[in-house]
Design a protein around this ligand. Structure first.
Ligand code: F6R
Length: 608
């Protein structure tokens, strides 16, 4: 999704803006631009395509001089990805430049009003109305004009604005779209996320909805929606620039796959103290748990698949009904949720618009909200009653990997914690499960070490255009994630099916040579899945089986076998998904795809 950066200070602004934008590339975009204040004028450069085009156009920023400016990567919503529709947009009088993240829902009405008043629109964007509105309300007071214009807007917006009359000031406005201020020394910044800030400062100020900031080289003033100055805490960013770089890997995705043992360790470590689970500030005693009659997990995409895997663990250990609801559906479902519901919200970015909306809907109905989020200070974290951070570090590749596995770990820990509070497991089982959790980082490393053959497997199968993933129970949950990974980065049609469902329709699609990835980790159901393997093989499928090391039965049935080390079956998905991620990665590589930035996708889906 779109990315915003802003800078004011003593350095040439354009290179800082371009470097910030390059750190936001992973969010997904199709055009980019910058505007820099210089000698009472706005220097503007914007272009369709990659940041590299903008670098070329501006000679790495050299031909857009000045010390304060704003920049943008655009992911087209209103209007095609063209040079003209790229941000920044300029007011008719050339006094204001603006960048925008989000959607102005009432832009059509505003556009008609402004057109009737003689303002001429150059682009098809919803954003341009903001530039003209500010111009319309400007009578010499920049802040007042911004406030008046913003009061007319409906929808979601993070805005960066500059005005030629205030050559050192950049304004930042936040409403339902992320925006973080970076406090430096003699220079200050803002950006859509901290990856764009961390090379310059580790001091971040998180704006709330309705707040806005006047950013100058020697200080930042934050205001509430009524324009009153407010004091905001400065938070320390805990990771450094290396975490947001490729570190020798060809792609961020591969780096992030390989980081999983460490990421998962970072998720687990702060949660186990003296052999007991501590879920940060989340506290629910037995009585409170008994007052809950269901758990609803909501999320989008991979996070919802993590929810599916977590659901099995929670239901099995706690014996509480758990449903997993896609946030985009739940938000409009008039859901049966009340104060006896615990809502678990999963989101790597913490900014997914559908997830935020579903969560608000459920909160209004009385649900207690526990979120599992990676990005510190994100909207979902701030709106939840309690938040468990996954501590996975920045995830840059559009396709989530460590975001998913660290979410799973927290769901498993939650399941054990809740089962204990509910008296559904005894202390021996509690200790056993916890010791299995502690082994997972090492087992993930062993999974990596055992799977050097995945590139060869990808070479064998990459030309196929349809791949099916089958499994039962927890295996089925991992299938969903495996299929999504393959679809999104390699553009191969992939579907996950509960193995028992095959004969109700899908098996008609199996032809000679169709690859079927069969997960056989749930040993209680292994025989059943084996029968399904035999069924698809009888119709010509080539079966790639995923099994625990030591499963020799499978050798007789499958064409290819991928092994993972043995673990508690309830937690197997966290290991199973790793070779599936690698398979998707290497298939995409064979097919020459843009792995970190798959077509049509954005990292953080901040619009509906
Ligand atoms: C797939 C993927 C997406 C996200 C989904 C939710 O690899 O990354 O399906 O899982 O867009 O995003 P978050 O977790 O940021 O809410």
């Amino acid at each position: 999704m779109c990315g915003i950066v802003g800078y004011t200070g003593t350095q040439a602004a354009a290179p800082v803006l371009l470097s910030g934008l390059s750190k936001l590339e992973y969010r997904g975009y199709d055009s980019a631009g910058i505007a820099v204040l210089n000698e009472g004028k706005i220097g503007l450069a914007k272009v369709k395509g990659k940041i590299a085009n903008l670098m070329e156009l501006t000679d790495s920023g050299k031909n857009v001089p000045g010390f304060a400016g704003i920049g943008h990567t655009r992911w087209a919503t209103h209007g095609a990805p063209t040079d003209v529709n790229a941000h920044p947009h300029i007011s008719s009088d050339g006094r204001f430049a603006i960048v925008h993240n989000g959607i102005i829902e009432n832009f059509a009405v505003l556009r008609d009003e402004l057109t009737a008043k003689g303002y001429e629109f150059l682009s098809d964007t919803d954003t341009e109305v903001v530039a003209h509105l500010i111009e319309m309300y400007y009578t010499g007071n920049f802040k007042a004009a911004v406030m008046k214009a913003v009061s007319r807007l409906e929808g979601s917006y993070a805005l960066g604005i500059v005005c030629t009359d205030e050559p050192e000031t950049v304004f930042a406005v936040r409403e339902k779209s992320p925006l973080i201020l970076g406090a430096g020394i003699g220079e200050n910044f803002f950006a859509s996320d901290v990856t764009a800030l961390v090379a310059y400062t580790k001091n971040a100020i998180y704006l709330e909805d309705g707040e806005f900031a006047e950013v100058k080289p020697d200080g930042i003033t934050v205001y509430d929606a009524a324009g009153r100055e407010i004091t905001k805490p400065i938070s320390r960013i805990t990771w450094d620039i290396e975490a947001a770089e490729k570190g020798g890997y060809d792609h961020f995705m591969l780096k992030e796959i390989m980081e999983q043992p460490r990421a998962v360790q970072a998720t687990i470590d702060p949660r186990i103290k003296n052999g007991r689970i501590h879920l940060d500030d989340f506290e629910m005693d037995s009585a409170e748990f008994k007052n809950i009659n269901k758990i609803v997990i909501t999320a989008c995409g991979s996070a919802s698949y993590a929810g599916q895997a977590g659901r099995y663990a929670i239901e099995k250990l706690c014996r509480i009904p758990v449903t997993v609801e896609l946030a985009s559906e739940l938000r409009y479902a008039d859901p049966l949720i009340d104060e006896h519901t615990l809502l678990i919200v999963l989101s790597q970015s913490g900014e997914t618009a559908d997830t935020i909306a579903a969560m608000k809907e459920c909160k209004e109905r009385g649900a207690r909200v526990l979120s599992i989020v990676n990005v510190v200070g994100s909207t979902i974290a701030r709106l939840s009653d309690d938040t468990l951070y996954t501590w996975a570090g920045p995830e840059i590749a559009v396709a989530t990997t460590k975001g998913y596995t660290t979410q799973l770990i927290l769901l498993y820990l939650f399941a054990i914690y809740a089962a204990d509070k509910l008296g559904r497991i005894d202390s021996a089982e509690y200790d056993r499960l916890l010791s299995e959790i502690r082994k997972i980082p090492n087992l993930l490393q062993r999974t990596i070490d055992m799977n050097h053959d995945v590139p060869a497997l990808a070479k064998k199968y990459y030309t196929h255009n349809d791949v099916y993933f089958i499994g039962r129970n927890t295996d089925y949950a991992a299938c969903m994630e495996g299929a999504l990974k393959l679809k999104e980065i390699s553009y191969v049609h992939a579907e996950a099916y509960a193995a028992g469902e095959l004969k109700h329709g899908t098996i008609a699609l199996i032809e000679t040579g169709t690859p079927v990835v069969a997960l056989c980790l749930n040993e209680a159901l292994a025989e059943k899945t084996m029968s399904n393997i035999i069924e698809v093989k009888a119709r010509g499928a080539e079966v790639i089986a995923l099994a625990f090391k030591g499963n020799t039965e499978i050798i007789k049935k499958a064409d290819d076998i991928v092994y993972i080390p043995r673990t508690e079956p309830l937690f197997a998905d966290v290991l199973a998904v790793l070779p599936l991620q690698l398979f998707a990665y290497y298939v995409a590589k064979e097919r020459g795809c843009d792995i970190d930035k798959p077509k049509n996708l954005a990292k953080s889906v901040t619009v509906e």
